[in-house]
Design a protein around this ligand. Sequence first.
Ligand code: MN
Length: 378
Amino acid sequence: MTRVTINDTTLRDGEQTAGVAFTAEEKLAIARSLDEMGVPEMEIGIPVMGSAEIEIIRAIVNLKLRAKLMVWGRMCEKDIRAAARCGIDFVNLSLPVSDIHLKNKLHRDRAWALAQIKECVPMALEHGMQVSVGCEDSSRADMAYLFEVVDAAQSAGARRVRFADTLGVLDPFMTWRKIHELRMNTDLEIEIHAHNDLGLATANTLAAIHAGATHANTTVNGLGERAGNAAMEEVVMGLRHLYAMNTGVDTAHLVDVSKLVAEASGRMVAPNKSIVGSAVFTHESGIHVDGLLKNVLNYEGFSPSELGRRHRTVLGKHSGVHAVRDAYDRIGLSLSSEAAHYVLERIRRHAVQTKNSPGAKELAEFYIESTYCNDLSL
Ligand code: MN
């Protein structure tokens, strides 16, 4: 298995989500969980925000985790000085590389950005930090200029470049082509930082890895600015099942860390969220339940046991007689064929009226009805 390195930024871009702010205890708990499950790298904060943030970062450093820790700053002296106060040995220094950002955001030009890299990367190295050059808005940058940026980064002593699809405007084909060209033009580590504005962050991250990116910047539950970042749980499972790539992340803990981050961020996980959603291994439709009961491989792309989960069947509008009889068998009630049809109709009516699956109490009621109804037609 080829290796790819997850760099999880739940504690930086994840916390940057509008309205999300973790307490120190929450940041420590999330860092510990990510480390325990084998996440090899994490980006844990923005030192230039001030002393309180630096204190939390230092507290995480003091946990002496196995994971390599990184902080985020802009490509300038002030941010490098703040990062140097954290006792950390890796910093991502970000600067815009698209003309639209350079001109309209910073009122600077391409030459200025190259000069900043030449000046700032050695400064960070002198403070004992390894450097990733974060190329903001890479997607909209002129590729020829991006190669110049990457050259400048390498000459200045950086070990990595981060290709940021800051606005989530790429698709997997464009991502593959750009990362492939970048791979042909540099020996540096390449990290992909994808956003989910078009729902493509995970797909773009996988495309980038396929094209030669060595690192994937992810967040738990896909937390992050606007529509968020590539979800760690999706990238880890996608790499394993589609590319046979091992990330070293123990997938049995994905649901737990998802719950921890959902609670700390106040951003609940949708029931149908891939991998970690509460309903993604729940089956109702008669055809699917019947297929699963016959052989689980009929309707299983990967085993929920990889996540410490199991298939669950519920009864509802799309249930069939087979599933109904199976459910009653499991609570020790055997249904005649007539009773099963009666109960199925009651379950369907219940599902439509309540938008819910019947619980044990309702099932018992339907059963009793089925035994005293002489006329079983409804
Ligand atoms: Mn971002």
